[in-house]
Design a protein around this ligand. Sequence first.
Ligand code: NAD
Length: 498
Amino acid sequence: MREIGHFIGGKHVPGTSGRYADVWQPMTGEVIARVALASKDELRAAVENAKAAQPAWAATNPQRRARVLMKFLELVHRDYDALAELLAREHGKTIPDARGDIQRGLEVVEFAVGIPHLMKGDYSDGAGPGIDIYSMRQALGVVAGITPFNFPAMIPMWKFGPAIACGNAFILKPSERDPGVPMHLAELMLEAGLPPGILNVVNGDKEAVDGILDDPDIQAVGFVGSSSIAQYIYARGAANGKRIQGFGGAKNHMIIMPDADMDQAVDALIGAGYGSAGERCMAISVAVPVGQDAAERLLEKLVPRVESLKIGPSTDNSADFGPLVTREAVERVKGYVDIGLKEGAKLLVDGRNFKLQGYENGFYMGGCLFDHVTADMRIYKEEIFGPVLSVVRAPDYKEALRLPTEHEYGNGVAIFTRDGDAARDFASKVNVGMVGINVPIPVPLAYHTFGGWKRSGFGDLNQHGPDGVRFYTKTKTVTSRWPSGVKDGAEFVIPTMN
Ligand code: NAD
């Protein structure tokens, strides 16, 4: 069986802790590899490597650092098919969706290629007599990223692309569920000319994560995963004096106004609610039709579409979605459907008993659709992270705005309408970090920033875009004076510009 160790100092190294996790192939339900789970000592070895390599990398001029990323982009394109297939096998998403996962990661690396410009500082000439002030951005040193299972290509690239471009050395702790792609990406960075030790992959679980949070040489940690772990990472990392960003779970609403183009809204809901089996932090999990008439028109079109979703193995390019990531995930999601029924929601489409012929051991379930879900139900309040869409009927726009605004998650939200006034009011007032207007998954492009609010995001800088560079650098400000004849003696009062 394939054994996945760690990638430290530019080399594959086997795990020495004696602890391993199985890597499953969700489409068949088989174990296809095992991955080593690092001890704190193994993590420490990676940090030592990174620490030794980082100063020379930071001293390399930014154009040369950018050229390594350019070469990396070329190499990922060379290996695109193999990466997408590996990703689909370990994660379960379909190959076309796996290609999108890789592409959205590459776009952030493309953005990071602009690092010579992105790291430029500011200069104030003549701020006082003979005084100039300038600021510069410098790398932090050794930084880390801890990433979730659901985007094993995109999120690692969102983290290490900007961090490495800024001159840091990086420790990546990917999800233990699908570690194959992150390992391959690290190999490609080395092949692209990255010095050994600048990108290290340490596979593991809580022990490796705690090692990262407590390590005195790690300056910053970018985390993406569920909210309870994001909060834990934020608290423990910050208590140790680190810079932390922790992105968490979600419950994304889509408001359907009475004037919306209903066909467009249904297409959007089907793709954003059920794509990748609902295992996306920007998936739509709550549909909010406004008014009785909009609800009826929506459901008339939506129900047959959910009933006819095509579920297939990850290698079937015509499938709408593939299996979920693990058997436990299927059980958890089905458990939520049971809870919804007990809570009194009306199950219009029940996908719990779905079986895929020839793949009976795979981790599949069909699409589920609930109507008459209310804000006090657990299926509304909690993240389900599966192919389950809840319809919450709102009598008017005011209630439709209140629901996502008062929900404890605040990752993404969308409004479908033809009314510019309503859309503008909604975008301005809703208490959520990313808003789509007639766009169901409003993941901003690489040159804007990505981040949720409330329990969807801990910390104050977003991912990628300008914030990605800010997060992985610190600002130094230099005030210089060349007096050329100005003599004002000792000053005991705080200097001012009076
Ligand atoms: P997870 O929280 O289980 O795992 C994320 C990472 O934390 C993994 O690397 C894992 O090894 C580690 N981890 C798990 N348990 C831990 C523990 N007890 N202590 C320390 N570390 C631990 O999340 P997941 O299941 O891999 O991913 C799905 C979640 O991620 C969903 O909640 C989804 O909404 C969220 N997500 C959020 C975003 C975002 O940008 N907000 C993006 C993608 C996914």
